[in-house]
Unconditional design. Sequence first.
Length: 759
Amino acid sequence: MGRPTAKKLVPLIIAIVVNIAIFSAAVSSSPVPSLAKLGCESKCGDVEIPFPFGMSDNCYLNINFSITCNHTHFTPAKPFLMNSNVEVTNISLHGELHVLNYVARACYSEDGSADIKNRPSIRVPMFTISNTKNKFTVIGCDTYAYISGELDGESYRSGCMALCGTFRKNIKDGSCWSGCCQLEIPKGLQKLALEVGSFHNYTEPENKSNLNLSQCGYAFVIEQNIFNFKKSYINNYTEEKVPLVLDWKIKHENCSTDKCKCGQKSEKILEDGSKYYRCKCPNGYHGNPYLDEGCQDTNECKLGTHQCVSNDMCENAPEGTYTCYCPENYEGDGKEGGTGCRKKHSNSKFIKIATGTGVGITVLLIAISWLYLGYKKWKFIQRKEEFFKKNGGTMLQQHLSQWQSPTDTVRIFSQEELEKATNKFNESTVVGKGGYGTVHKGVLDDGSVIAIKKSQLLDQSQTSQFINEVIVLSQVNHRNVVKLLGCCLETQVPLLVYEFITNGTLFDHIHDRTKYSNHIPWEARLRIASETAGVISYLHSSASTPVIHRDIKSTNILLDHNFTAKVSDFGASKLVPMDQTQLSTMVQGTLGYLDPEYLLKSELTEKSDVYSFGIVLLELITGKKAVCFDGPEAERNLAMYVLCAMKEDRLAEVVDKEMVMDEGKLNQIKEVSKIAKECVRVRGEERPNMKEVAMELEGLKVMQVQHSWIKNNLSNSEEMISLLGETSNSTQFLVSSRMNSTSNSITTDILTAHVPDAR
Ligand SMILES: *[C@@H]1O[C@H](CO)[C@@H](O)[C@H](O)[C@H]1NC(C)=O
Ligand SMILES: *[C@@H]1O[C@H](CO)[C@@H](O)[C@H](O)[C@H]1NC(C)=O
Ligand SMILES: *[C@@H]1O[C@H](CO)[C@@H](O)[C@H](O)[C@H]1NC(C)=O
Ligand SMILES: *[C@@H]1O[C@H](CO)[C@@H](O)[C@H](O)[C@H]1NC(C)=O
Ligand SMILES: *[C@@H]1O[C@H](CO)[C@@H](O)[C@H](O)[C@H]1NC(C)=O
Ligand SMILES: *[C@@H]1O[C@H](CO)[C@@H](O)[C@H](O)[C@H]1NC(C)=O
Ligand SMILES: *[C@@H]1O[C@H](CO)[C@@H](O)[C@H](O)[C@H]1NC(C)=O
Ligand SMILES: *[C@@H]1O[C@H](CO)[C@@H](O)[C@H](O)[C@H]1NC(C)=O
């Protein structure tokens, strides 16, 4: 029950002020502008007469638009078209003229004679009957009616009949089904005339008197929105005149002349093949488009024809527009159907400050963390570059650019790529470990399987070995050499990427029964020996720059799925310039395989590889390790052990017991051990060169093949396939012979694939 506080008073005062403002605005607003020409009477009775219509000579556009206002007989006065009796009820500037037209009727007296019969017509040649707004309508129970007129200069005639049926049950209010008939009006109809009649002058049905039916029929053209049929019309339709809509437009001969003119800002609409025109005020304007200053900006705000939430929030703008706005402390577009107006949060100032501060702090934090991350990234890149340099990347790049042979397909892998391939060098991907480091198995994005060699030690010599290997392997392209795919130098230790060889090392196959329970048969051993000899021979002589491997041993000979030898680990290898046959180096190699002469003199020649290969041959024959510390004294040095046995002619005793032997094989083993003996001679000069070794082994292998075939001992087609890899006369002979003996489809395929090679 408190007194009204100042807070409550404020809106009240505002409301009063606003009301006063609105009131005074309404009072001060100018009167609605006249639609008639300046200085002309604008109304006849209740009807407004806009230009181009007018009631006196200078007020209408031309005589066709003259209106006669009959003051004398009618109060209020009534307007008529020109000097006719067509009464005008409304003139719209959209081109419609509402007039009244007479109803045609025909009535008959009891005896059947015509009582009343009229034939009304409307002949206003400058206007047409609106086809969209009117309908020809007939009412009666025994009635026919004609409509006639002129359509495009031709006469037009049509008709309609209204019947009721015997018991008139179907006559219903609102439905023009029975006792009623309607027709559409054709477009452009002029000079309308109506006539109505009866088929039997209402003598049927006989009992009409019981129904008290009127004996009249009616026909008229009426504005269809107004007409609504009623049952009672059949008995008694009393209207004398009905409303009718005419279309009006201005006729012109040539629109480039001055006469064809609309007011300022108004639009001209040409109709009927440009023979007529109308004018129109654009949206947002109102008034008479036919007058010079006729089109006025509409004050939508005052009229309420706006979309603003309320009139108060609407501001009219000139040029036909308006804007909606929201009061102070409200937000939104102020439009209905838009966002409307909503009250702003009250403590907006606080929010503004808070938001501002929040945004400021956030931006600052983002900037700081961005800078920090940028710094980290920079450090990371720096480290990568450092590693790259330290890992010999620069050196390697120089080398690689120097050798521009097409076999240089060494690719630089990124750290991320390799980490992804190995699941971040997970323990489970390790496939080999040694003094050199670890080998991981990885799968690249394209599905190819790779082996990644990762050095463990962090010393410079190891690094340069890695680089050396890359450089050597980039020079070598041989099917019995593990293919180097690329490297990665961005990491702390350099990484080398190779093709993945599936079947492990020769060492494991010979010595490690936990890994491989099946022994390798002699045939395969011979082939491995031959292939290895071939590749070393190639390295020594055929490669673009001769290469001394320096670390031939069974752990560096890998085997793929069909026991093809792949020589690996070129970390210690040396490229030998063409004019030099020996190099002074630090002694390097693996105990047991190391050339004793090299060990003494530190002079590296290709014969050192021959010695090491000799030891591998002995390993293959005996199945014993190069150095075996846990065996008896005599067996510790493999070379000595075998040589002794050979001397004492008991070679058969030292041959690997796991191999199935026969006389032919034993003979071969004898031959191979002779080769091995030559290879492991103490004086390098006395050793054969690798080419000779390779040729002898190849010869033995071929003999083995022939020998085996003659004995028809080849049961394993897989072995057959691998043997076919070589191209020599004897192989060719083998294939064709085999084709005769069996029909092995695999062999046939191989034959077709290899015959061109053999030629
Ligand atoms: C007014 O209307 C009456 C009746 O239709 C007619 O006789 C009279 O001539 C009209 N006067 C003028 C001025 O048209
Ligand atoms: C004439 O028609 C307009 C609309 O077309 C209407 O607003 C006006 O009230 C009408 N005038 C008369 C006298 O019927
Ligand atoms: C009216 O109808 C009756 C009966 O059909 C007929 O005899 C009579 O001649 C008709 N009268 C006129 C004027 O048509
Ligand atoms: C008046 O209308 C008639 C009929 O359409 C026409 O022939 C005549 O040219 C028009 N008069 C003027 C001045 O346009
Ligand atoms: C006319 O109506 C009366 C009474 O309803 C009836 O007796 C007479 O049969 C009717 N005439 C005809 C021709 O249907
Ligand atoms: C028909 O009209 C007359 C007078 O006009 C009346 O006396 C008579 O009762 C009416 N008949 C019927 C059936 O409505
Ligand atoms: C005919 O209808 C008018 C009005 O609609 C009414 O005044 C008149 O009395 C009716 N005449 C008859 C005979 O029903
Ligand atoms: C219209 O009038 C212009 C200038 O008066 C004239 O050049 C042109 O030929 C006329 N066009 C027609 C179709 O009469």
